[in-house]
Design a binder for this molecule. Structure first.
Ligand code: AMP
Length: 405
């Protein structure tokens, strides 16, 4: 069964065609600069030459057509007929309180996704455009929405309610939702496999450290707390986002500095975090390079990043009454030993101890990085959100095909 996985952003679409029977990737690719005259298609068919083309890609509909045509291309394609695509799995960022699980996309589900536009103004309508565009090109093919927020719907009210007047939650849905759910779910499952224990007997802390960063406390298979909140701005320090902040700073910036809301929004989301502190870059590779050159602001950015992360690790261990496993994943979590080392430093009193050699050697691959004396197992696990989307999609399609369902 071939499942096409789509992740539609504002100006880019990432895709993967997965053979779910053996979980192999048949082709993957990316379409960037949608809306521009110099759009870029990068296509990686398995066992064939990778290609990159620059062309005009004016909207999501055109981009999706180019993607499907490329999958069917006699030279670079991997399928002979559109009918070989059994189903499409879509990453949808926000499912609000409606979606605690992945869902087959129906007209009702589409209306519910639209209802969440206000909650995720930067994401949901692009995800939605992708759904509508490919429905036209692959008529009759079932579609499944896999939400970034749904894994966190198990959080108890004391985790997700802000200490604001309760009416803000009732009237406007102002609460913590959390994001990166598919990634946290994937690496937690993988960690349970690695220690050969059922997920529902483990306390796991998963650290997704990419350009966006979040950390989740997973107690007996359920997310009980996560650092991103009403939006992905809360929590850890990120590439360009500030994470946790005294909300009075926003009031100060409006009333004293006279900044307009759009400027404050851009400051908090696009010019803060590693980039804002260092004045160098949002990319951890460049921060580390400058740390090695003795740059003090780069060092400060790294120290703030890892200190915040360490506080969250300790807090989440506290929230669960301990932890059995810590996982590092995503671009920074998988590739930067210094971040893993600094964020676990001085946590030996909690049974958390990294093996420095193993840590240095574990880059862009799966591996255990804890010391043999560490009570808590520490792993680096490359994330695979697309596989979770493909698995959920296949599961829903198979259930739908069962007689009597
Ligand atoms: P992601 O959002 O998971 O793609 O992660 C993107 C971030 O991961 C980048 O902004 C970099 O800071 C970091 N990153 C990715 N690859 C590396 C690497 N090889 N070494 C250090 N940092 C990396």
């Amino acid at each position: 069964m071939k499942i096409l996985v789509l992740n539609c952003g504002s100006s880019s679409i990432k895709y993967k065609l997965i053979e779910i029977d053996n979980e192999s990737i048949i082709a993957s690719g990316k379409i960037e600069r949608i809306g521009m005259h110099d759009g870029i298609l990068s296509h990686h068919p398995s066992g064939k030459e990778h290609i990159k083309k620059v062309m005009e890609i004016l909207n999501h509909g055109k981009a999706i057509k180019i993607m499907v045509d490329t999958l069917l291309d006699p030279e670079h394609g991997v399928i002979k007929d559109k009918k070989e695509i059994t189903a499409v799995g879509h990453r949808v960022v926000h499912g609000g309180e409606k979606f605690a699980k992945s869902s087959l996309i129906t007209d009702e589900v589409k209306a519910d996704i639209k209802d969440c536009f206000d909650l995720a103004p930067l994401h949901n309508h692009h995800n939605f455009s992708g759904i509508e565009a490919i429905e036209k090109i692959l008529p009759g093919v079932p579609h499944v929405a896999v939400f970034d927020t749904s894994f966190h719907q198990t959080m108890p009210p004391h985790s997700y309610i802000y200490a604001l007047p309760y009416a803000e939650y009732q009237k406007y849905g102002v609460r913590r939702y959390g994001f990166h759910g598919t990634s946290h779910r994937y690496v937690a499952q993988k960690a349970a496999e690695l220690v050969k224990k059922p997920l529902n007997e483990l306390k796991i802390i998963t650290c997704h450290l990419g350009n966006g960063c979040s950390i989740t406390a997973i107690d007996k298979s359920k997310s009980i707390d996560t650092s991103m909140g009403f939006t992905p701005l809360e929590g850890l320090v990120m590439g360009t986002r500030c994470g946790d902040l005294d909300p009075a700073i926003v009031i100060h910036l409006i009333s004293r500095a006279g900044l307009p809301l759009t400027e404050i929004d851009a400051m908090l989301n696009k010019h803060s975090g590693l980039d804002g502190i260092s004045g160098i870059s949002n990319d951890m590779r460049e921060i580390i390079q400058e740390v090695d050159n003795g740059n003090k602001r780069a060092q400060l950015a790294l120290d703030i990043f890892t200190y915040r992360l360490k506080k969250y690790i300790a807090a989440y261990a506290g929230a669960m009454g301990g932890t059995d496993i810590i996982v590092f994943t995503a671009g920074i979590g998988e590739n930067v030993p210094k971040v893993r080392e600094q964020s676990c430093e001085n946590l030996e009193f909690m049974g958390i101890k990294i093996d420095k050699n193993k840590n240095e050697q574990t880059i862009a691959k799966q591996g255990e990085i804890s010391d043999s004396s560490s009570k808590v197992k520490i792993f680096c696990i490359p994330t695979n959100e697309e596989l979770i989307i493909a698995r959920d999609t296949a599961k829903i399609i198979k259930e739908r095909e069962k007689p009597g369902v």
